[in-house]
Design a protein around this ligand. Sequence first.
Ligand SMILES: C[S@@+](CC[C@H](N)C(=O)[O-])C[C@H]1O[C@@H](n2cnc3c(N)ncnc32)[C@H](O)[C@@H]1O
Length: 263
Amino acid sequence: MLAELALLAATRTSPALRRIGLVGDGVRLWSRRRRCLREWQAHEHHCHGVVQRAMEGLPRRRKAVILGSGLARDIPLEAMAAAFDAVILVDAVHLPVTRWRLRYLNNVAFVTADVAGIADWLVGAARTRADALSQWRDDPAVDLVVSANVLSQLPIGPEAWAEAHPAQAIVPPATLARAIVGWHIEDLLRLRCRVCLLTDTEQREYDRAGTLIDRTDLLHGHELPAPDRAWDWTVAPDGEAGRGVTLVHGARGYADFRHAWAG
Ligand SMILES: C[S@@+](CC[C@H](N)C(=O)[O-])C[C@H]1O[C@@H](n2cnc3c(N)ncnc32)[C@H](O)[C@@H]1O
């Protein structure tokens, strides 16, 4: 608890990203991974395999950009830092513990940015949504972009904020989540380099007997093509999200998402 409070106080981000709650979410992510290490490591292992496959066969390995890098656990960061001239970790929140852990990787840089491009717009600090990935689309040295389990997360803070501030809603809260997921998919498809997508797509809730009691579409109606790999990720074993409740996410990996999308 004390460690969480210290992290909350020490973590820097933009005022809009802080207002929509992403610093607190980042600290909770760090805590939950520590509590659910065994279950999460299995998921991270699958993710690493997909990113390794995305790196194979790239004619050049200059810059790699990781969107939603977070704790940088679901990407094979050491292998990437060895293979690329530069690896750029992009997230709304880079916890000091993550920066400290990775300090020995000299070609890894941290960029604090809103991958969805809507935080400023949402809180009234901008007139429109920002072209969130233009910096990476316009940089010809970017050879790989990995969207690292951020797609389903992008709507969570904005949706909660919009529900708490209905008078300021730019898009009705009911349609905001679907719009945000769609915008990120479009942004990925407009990139010019290889794009690797890691994402969870649905949440299944089981009771203690292992009976399925609820199912939630994490992509708000968006359909994705067949993945290179699909697996289950136990995000919350029994006791984490409630007594007798287990939350399992269906996860997918695309080594070359634009190619998969084009069919
Ligand atoms: C499930 S975590 C991703 C896991 C991460 N790749 C790892 O290995 O820890 C989702 C990440 O998305 C980030 N995120 C959520 N909304 C964001 C936004 N609008 N812009 C940038 N990052 C965002 C969160 O801060 C969090 O680090």
